[in-house]
Ligand binder design. Structure first.
Ligand code: R5P
Length: 294
C-alpha cells in the first residue's frame, strides 16, 4: 500500500495567498462566460489586439481576384493571422484542420452581387459553428439599408444562439453605396450592433472622428480593409485606426491582392502588435518582399 502520510504532510494550500484573479483584456468581455472568453482570447492572441485575414468574399461575389485558389494563395498566410474569416464551405474544403489559427465563420448570406445585398438571411446554424470549432461567427448588419431590420434580426438571433453555445458574434457594418462612411454613420451603426449584443464589431476607418466611433462602442472595434490601396496607404490607415482605438484589423484585398501577401501580412502585424509606424511597416514590406512596388 502506498505511503500517504508524506503526501498529506507536504500539501500546501497557500493559506496566506488569495486565489489569483485574472482580468480579461478584451474590451467589454469581463462578464462573459468562460467559453466565450476562451474563444475571444484565441482571436485576440491572448491580449487585446488581433490581425484577422478576411477571405469570405466568395459568399456573395464568387471567385474574387486573389481568391481563385484559396489553397495556394491563402493557406500559406494562415500562420501569420490571429484569425481567419471565411465561409464554412472554404473551411471544410480547403483549410487544413491542423491550423492553429482561430476561425471566424461567415454566418449570413443569400443575395449575390447581382441582387440587393442587404436582403441576407442567417446562413449557418450555430451547432455547425460548434462542430467546426469556430471562435466566432460573422454577420453583416445593414444599418440604413433596405433590409435593415431583417439584417439586425439575423444578428440578434445569432447572438442568442451564440450565447447558448459560448460563441461570440462579429457584427459587420455593411455600408451600402448610398451611405456615407463618416463618423456619424459609423458611430450609429457600431453602437447599435454592440447594444444589440455582438461581442465584436467590424467597421471601416474614417479620416475624421474615428476615435469617437471606437470610444462610443463598448466592445472591440476591428477595422475593415476595403478595396486595395497602395501598401503605404493601407498601412497608414491601419496605423491610424489602431492609434485611434481600434482593437485590430480584418483585412482581405489589401493583403491577398498584393504582389507579396506574406510580406504584407507581416507588415500589418508589425503595426497591430508591435506598434510599428506606417513608414517602418512599409519598409518591412519592401524588405520582406525584396522590393515589391505595389
Ligand atoms: C465584408 O465584411 C465581407 O466580410 C468581406 O468579404 C470582407 O471582409 C472584406 O474584406 P476586404 O474589404 O478587406 O477585402
Amino acid at each position: 500500500m502506498a505511503d500517504l502520510d508524506g503526501n498529506i504532510d507536504s500539501k500546501d494550500f497557500g493559506l496566506n495567498t488569495p486565489q489569483t484573479a485574472h482580468s480579461f483584456p478584451v474590451k467589454g468581455a469581463d462578464q462573459l462566460d468562460f467559453g466565450m472568453r476562451h474563444r475571444l482570447a484565441r482571436i485576440f492572441a491572448g491580449g487585446e489586439r488581433t490581425v484577422m485575414l478576411a477571405f469570405d468574399h466568395g459568399y456573395f461575389q464568387g471567385p474574387t481576384s486573389g481568391l481563385e485558389r484559396v489553397d495556394l494563395n491563402i493557406v500559406p498566410l494562415a500562420p501569420y493571422a490571429d484569425a481567419l474569416m471565411a465561409t464554412r464551405g472554404i473551411v471544410r474544403s480547403v483549410i487544413p484542420a491542423q491550423t492553429n489559427t482561430a476561425l471566424v465563420l461567415r454566418a449570413s448570406g443569400g443575395p449575390s452581387i447581382l441582387k440587393e445585398l442587404s436582403n441576407e438571411r442567417i446562413a449557418m446554424d450555430m451547432t455547425d459553428a460548434v462542430r467546426i470549432d469556430a471562435s466566432a461567427v460573422a454577420v453583416q448588419v445593414f444599418v440604413g439599408g433596405e433590409h435593415e431590420t431583417q439584417s439586425i434580426e439575423n444578428m440578434t438571433r445569432l447572438v442568442d444562439a451564440g450565447l447558448g453555445a459560448g460563441i461570440p458574434v462579429l457584427g459587420v457594418t455593411a455600408v451600402g453605396k448610398e451611405l456615407t462612411r463618416d463618423a456619424r454613420y459609423l458611430g450609429l451603426a457600431t453602437r447599435i450592433i454592440a447594444e444589440l449584443g455582438a461581442q465584436i464589431v467590424k467597421t471601416y476607418y474614417c479620416e475624421e472622428g474615428f476615435q469617437s466611433v471606437t470610444k462610443g462602442c463598448p466592445v472591440p472595434v476591428i477595422m475593415a480593409g476595403g478595396k486595395k490601396l497602395a501598401a503605404l496607404d493601407a498601412l497608414t490607415m491601419a496605423y491610424r485606426a489602431i492609434d485611434e482605438g481600434a482593437a485590430g484589423v480584418d483585412m482581405g484585398r489589401n493583403i491577398f491582392q498584393r504582389q507579396a501577401p506574406t510580406a504584407m501580412i507581416q507588415a500589418v502585424r508589425g503595426v497591430v502588435h508591435q506598434g510599428l509606424s506606417a513608414a517602418h511597416a512599409h519598409e518591412l514590406y519592401r524588405e520582406l518582399s525584396h522590393g515589391a512596388d505595389d
